[in-house]
Write a protein that binds this ligand. Structure first.
Ligand code: AHR
Length: 322
């Protein structure tokens, strides 16, 4: 029930509803039509993000639950404003994918004081007080970075020296922090040197621009580790413009496995992709329904993911949803 509804309006609605007893549920397909969820999305920086937004919007529509959707355009201050607005509107549940990890305690406390449960999706926060949110649904980004690092160790097993450049995600974002950490956990042999690392902000344009600068400053790059497909795709453009062959002269490993990335992998321009699934909508609906009903949910729900070689990408592409 919408909490902002006045007592008289609520009573009138109850009367109207009782008059409808026995009628069908309508277009929502039996969904909880009285539930309102506020969702603050990071932005639209990548193919992954677009797929994630569609998954969430479709899942709530299918469940017949009203979703108040807000696009933060990559800015934490916009997310904080959106969360405050959801609190003011007294939504039943707030969900959000934090642009960066730090700086959420105050606004999360405001939601808690207002009695509104918060669900983190895709990315987490670094708050030490974990009572500020009910659940965190999303990937293990450290494991993703480790998978990329493991592939590099195997791929370059016979090499004496490997010069690596890293295209990092948005500075301060959980996937940028954790994918950097996970990768370094694995490429521990001194023959692996990360000769340059810089953020490309998870965008294709950012990846291209940073890669151009890397190529100018470093004549001998063996490998690009890009924290997402989009930056890897931007790097491919820069490598080709420099007259080199991506995937051959310079190997590329990325994270995500969106269709464009998988296509580049199938063509041999990317050499390996670690999957990060954006299809979080259905699980988020389930969690939102439970926390709104006061039911307990798992504090951490890790998304199941795989990895792709060129052959596996060719096989998976025809059925790829995103
Ligand atoms: O938080 C998930 C990451 O954010 C994805 O890997 C990236 O593509 C997106 O922008």
């Amino acid at each position: 029930m919408k909490k902002f509804m006045g007592a008289a309006a609520a009573a009138a609605m109850l009367v109207a509803l009782s008059g409808c007893a026995g009628s069908s549920d309508g277009a929502g397909g039996g969904g909880d039509e009285s539930l309102i969820v506020g969702f603050s999305q990071v932005g639209a920086e990548s193919g992954w993000r677009t797929a994630n937004t569609i998954s969430i919007q479709d899942a709530f529509e299918e469940a017949g639950i009203e979703l108040k959707f807000s696009d933060a355009q990559g800015k934490q201050e916009n997310q904080i404003k959106a969360i405050r607005s959801f609190i003011q509107q007294q939504v039943d549940v707030i969900a959000f994918s934090p642009v960066v990890e730090s700086g959420w305690d105050t606004v999360l406390k405001e939601a808690k004081d207002a009695g509104i449960p918060v669900v983190l999706t895709d990315r987490s926060v670094d708050s030490t007080d974990t009572s500020l949110y009910e659940s965190f649904l999303g990937s293990d980004f450290i494991v993703e970075g480790e998978k990329a690092g493991e592939w590099v160790v195997t791929e370059f097993a016979d090499a004496d020296k490997v010069n690596i450049v890293e295209l990092q995600g948005t500075t301060g974002a959980a996937p940028a922090n954790d994918r950097a950490e996970g990768f370094r956990n694995k490429v521990t042999d001194p023959k692996f040197e990360i000769i340059a690392t810089q953020t490309g902000d998870f965008t294709r344009a950012g990846g291209k621009q940073v890669m151009e600068a890397f190529l100018q400053a470093n004549p001998d790059i063996d490998l690009v580790y890009a924290h997402n497909d989009d930056m890897g795709l931007g790097a491919i453009e820069a490598i080709e413009a420099a007259g080199l062959v991506p995937g051959e002269d310079i190997k590329i490993v990325t994270v995500d496995a969106v269709k464009d990335g998988m296509t580049a992998l199938s063509e041999g321009k990317i050499n390996f992709i670690v999957e990060c699934s954006p299809l979080l909508g259905p699980q988020l609906v389930e969690i939102a329904e439970k926390v709104a009903a006061g039911e307990s949910v798992e504090k951490r729900i890790v998304t199941e993911e795989t990895t792709f070689t060129q052959e596996q990408a060719i096989e998976a592409l025809p059925d790829r949803q995103y």
